[in-house]
Design a protein around this ligand. Structure first.
Ligand SMILES: Cc1cc2nc3c(=O)[nH]c(=O)nc-3n(C[C@H](O)[C@H](O)[C@H](O)COP(=O)(O)OP(=O)(O)OC[C@H]3O[C@@H](n4cnc5c(N)ncnc54)[C@H](O)[C@@H]3O)c2cc1C
Length: 383
């Protein structure tokens, strides 16, 4: 079936990105993998390539493209090469929509040029040790004190948290209402170099090892009122509006990983010889890969359709949840079956399938777990 989401500009961007990954990422990736972080210099190079400015309006130094298709291609090309760009995915996919939606003109002028040039890398801090799926239970507070808010609390699992310069922190500015637990949360663009702002442990993860996932803590951090994003107490509704794009991103990334897994497995089984013949020659191998291919085709169709709907401003929370569940569950099954075809080598990190297996696992957890996605879909069904 002919794929219709991309045009010539997208394909030319794909070639540029592929060449960049081959030259600037693949040769160093093992070293970054062992270090558990990418060098900051990678972000500067990505900025020079124009990656961070694609969706930023031209007046702030970007290309002004209102589409997630270039981001989709980044997922496809990094998966294809068996690499990631560290924690920088959150810079554009998670943080930028909030800046575009909520920042005042003065804030956009202050934030966006440095965003595009990677002088300021951004992250998004919602999750707390006691508040993951149940975000309304967050305990970080921001109390108004003159022309500042005073921030106290802690966040965990923050992607990009080590290298971030500015973090969108969700905090309680008012207690919840009896009839609405979600009321009272506000968003702040917090300068990560402020006094009292501490980057805690870089978490030692099963996968996504080059992405710096950190704990953050805030002790009397003074945040100027000029860094409040949107209206006070309305943060939860902003989260609700932006989570569909994050969930589409995870869905698309998972589909791309599944597709890459099939390619890795196909290449492997064609060159691996046992019992005097290639692993590819066994009927089981052909059937396994054929079944995986069929699942990947279906996931691609779902991810592409969600992408078109997102670009059109029509992707509903339930549709995004549905795409996330489907694509991440497909990826989970497909990558596991492709790893199996590698035998013991599939368990060795030197082989990209092993890293893909570990990297993919979190797709069913972050951005909202599969179970939470199902509650959103069921509610939309009137259940
Ligand atoms: C590598 C990584 C990167 C992350 N990056 C970020 C980030 O950049 N910023 C950020 O803010 N957060 C981030 N997160 C946090 C992530 O979004 C949360 O881990 C996720 O939302 C789940 O929350 P939790 O871990 O507290 O699990 P819990 O909420 O404790 O869930 C535990 C279990 O309970 C189940 N459960 C929860 N609610 C229900 C329900 N209603 N019905 C049935 N079962 C339910 C869950 O599905 C899960 O199986 C990241 C997490 C990881 C692991």
């Amino acid at each position: 079936m002919h794929r219709t989401v991309y045009d010539e500009d997208h394909e030319s961007f794909r070639q540029t990105l592929r060449a960049f990954i081959d030259a600037e990422v693949v040769p160093h990736y093992d070293e970054w993998f062992q270090a558990g972080i990418v060098p900051r210099e990678l972000y500067t190079k990505l900025a020079e390539l124009g990656i961070f400015g694609i969706e930023v309006p031209e007046e702030y130094g970007g290309a002004g493209i209102e589409s997630h298709k270039f981001t989709a291609i980044q997922y496809e090309e990094t998966a294809r090469a068996g690499v990631t760009f560290g924690g920088s995915g959150v810079h554009v996919l998670l943080a930028l929509p909030y800046i575009k939606m909520l920042a005042t003109e003065e804030q956009k002028q202050r934030y966006l040029p440095n965003f595009v040039s990677a002088e300021e890398m951004w992250a998004l801090a919602m999750t707390e040790p006691g508040a993951g799926s149940d975000l309304a239970g967050m305990r970080t507070t921001a109390k108004r004190d003159g022309d500042h808010y005073v921030l106290n609390g802690a966040k965990t699992f923050i992607t990009g948290g080590v290298l971030a310069d500015r973090v969108i922190v969700c905090a309680r500015t008012s207690p919840p209402r009896d009839d609405d637990r979600r009321f009272g949360i506000s968003l702040f663009a917090v300068d990560a170099h402020s006094d009292g702002y501490t980057v805690g442990r870089k978490l030692d993860k099963l996968g996504l090892r080059t992405s710096d996932t950190a704990e953050l803590s805030f002790e009397d951090v003074r945040v100027p009122v000029e860094d409040l994003l949107g209206e006070e107490n309305q943060g939860f509704s902003y989260l609700g509006r932006n989570l569909p794009s994050e969930r589409w991103g995870i869905a698309h990334g998972a589909y791309a990983q599944a597709e890459a897994a099939v390619r890795f497995a196909k290449d492997y089984v064609q060159q691996r010889t046992i019992f005097g013949k290639t692993v590819a020659s066994f009927q089981n191998t052909k059937f396994e890969l054929a079944a995986c291919k069929a699942e990947v085709d279906a996931a691609q169709a779902v991810a592409d359709r969600a992408l078109e709907a997102l670009d059109a401003g029509e992707l509903t929370p339930a549709e995004a949840a549905s795409a996330k569940v489907f694509c991440t569950e497909v990826a989970h099954r497909v990558i596991d079956r492709c790893l199996q075809l590698h035998g013991g080598y599939g368990f060795i990190n030197e082989y990209p399938i092993a890293r893909l297996y570990a990297d993919n696992r979190v797709n069913r957890i972050y951005g909202g777990t599969t179970e939470v996605m199902k509650t959103i879909i069921a509610k939309d069904m009137g259940l």
